[in-house]
Write a protein that binds this ligand. Structure first.
Ligand code: CU
Length: 119
């Protein structure tokens, strides 16, 4: 009898694993029914964000790439979102939401500004 109980437990575990492995597929299907998400790229070069203005939609992502020899950040003016400190050659992806603050700067160089046009 005990042997049968152990077998039953194994079957239950197997079912749990199968369900969890399907979950990402279901999320992917849900996401594909919504608007297409775009990944934008902003270079940080010569103490400027390039492009300094970007049209984005909620759900889009921005990859910030620091191509300068000094560290920079891309940080919302109200600090509601930020990259980490990006050293030379580092990148970081930020995902935009409908309430993302559209104006950003670099905390080390406040004269560096960028903006987003939220569509
Ligand atoms: Cu900077």
């Amino acid at each position: 009898m005990r042997g049968r109980i152990v077998t039953g437990a194994r079957v239950t575990k197997a079912i749990v694993v199968v369900v969890s492995s399907f979950a990402p597929v279901l999320w992917g299907a849900e996401a594909s029914q919504k608007a297409v998400r775009i990944t934008h790229y902003v270079e940080i070069r010569g103490f400027e964000f390039k492009p300094s203005n970007l049209s984005v939609s909620p759900g889009d992502s921005i990859v910030f790439m620091n191509l300068d020899i000094v560290p920079h950040t891309a940080t919302a003016i109200d600090n509601t979102w930020t990259t980490d400190t990006l050293e030379t050659g580092e990148t970081q992806l930020i995902t935009i939401t409908s309430d993302s603050t559209p104006v950003y700067y670099c905390i080390f160089h406040p004269s560096m500004n960028g903006s987003l046009d939220l569509q």
